[in-house]
Write a protein that binds this ligand. Structure first.
Ligand code: ATP
Ligand code: MG
Length: 274
């Protein structure tokens, strides 16, 4: 999959599918991957995604499917391309997607800007959590609810996150790391999210707080939220996830069940340094 052409010879993001001269493995124009393979269309699918930071080629032909309600752990070493893949899915400007298709619930995200992807159900919780300075917890949540489509009510959010209820008048940026992660999650739930993208939700948190966030994610899982979780704490992510993808140097090198990764020491050793 590395024998692709240099960036300037690559076609732009496909509109209606790759042309017949497409150097990448293509499928019928406009037909999502799963359907082209003869199966049922996946709830979420990424098909032959290639993305760049300038000249730097970081997502090198990534394809995978996610079923509705499934939790998928996206794992791999530092620099493997996990964050870049999440960013490409959320349609943020960088990295630039030069080829490929991204479908969520029959909607072509690859044709969208990031705000449209958000309106169509993508909820990215980035590593830095992006709590808005100068706003209280409740103001942060209300801001997330400002535009339709609306998700959870404040009451429902406070039920899931009693700590946020206790701190509703506290400035968001003064919360502890774990509480900020809860607020970042809560802000996403305040919108109508179909696919939750979590980038290192346990990062920088003490083990006891990780356990608390894990319990929250289990509750969100029980509600049937389709989720992709990127985590350095691969074991914790694998315990939460149904399936696992392993990325290495911008390519998917494993796609299987979370249990298979937990059981396969060689695989963990080679790609996850575990
Ligand atoms: N803004 C950027 N500009 C240029 N290159 C970048 C940029 N962000 C990331 N990269 C490069 O893209 C590659 C993939 O990075 P990415 O952040 O996606 O990896 P990751 O798997 O999330 O790693 P980590 O586990 O360290 O978070 C790396 O080689 C990285 O140096
Ligand atoms: Mg990352």
């Amino acid at each position: 999959m590395n024998e692709t052409l240099p960036p300037d010879e690559k076609p732009a993001v496909t509109e209606g599918g790759p042309a017949s001269s497409d150097p990448w493995k293509g499928h019928a124009p406009g037909v999502p991957a799963q359907k082209a393979q003869g199966g049922q269309r996946a709830y979420f699918s990424v098909w032959d995604l290639h993305a760049y930071y300038g000249e730097s080629y970081v997502v090198q032909g990534v394809s995978f499917n996610v079923r509705e309600g499934e939790i998928v752990a996206l794992l791999g070493r530092n620099g493997a391309g996990k964050t870049s893949t999440l960013r490409a899915i959320a349609r943020v400007d960088n990295p630039e997607v030069k080829h490929g298709e991204i479908w969520l619930d029959h909607k072509p995200l690859h044709e969208m800007k990031s705000y449209q992807a958000a309106q169509n159900g993508i909820g990215l919780v980035p590593e830095d959590r992006r709590i808005i300075q100068g706003l209280t917890v409740e103001e942060n949540l209300k801001l997330a609810q400002i535009a339709p489509p609306h998700g959870w009510s404040l009451e429902r959010i406070y039920e899931l996150f009693p700590r946020l209820a206790e701190r509703r008048t506290q400035e968001g940026t003064t919360l502890s790391g774990g509480e900020q992660q809860m607020l970042a999650l809560a802000r996403i739930l305040a919108r109508d999210v179909k696919l939750l993208l979590l980038d290192e939700p346990y990062e920088g948190l003490a083990p006891v707080i990780v356990q608390e966030i894990e319990r929250t994610l289990e509750e969100i899982k029980a509600l049937g939220m389709t989720t992709i979780i990127v985590e350095q704490n691969a074991i914790a992510a694998l315990h939460l996830a149904d399936r696992a993808l392993i990325l290495d140097m911008g390519e998917i090198v494993f796609d299987g069940t979370a249990q298979e990764v937990l059981d396969n020491e060689d695989l963990r050793h080679e790609y996850l340094a575990l």
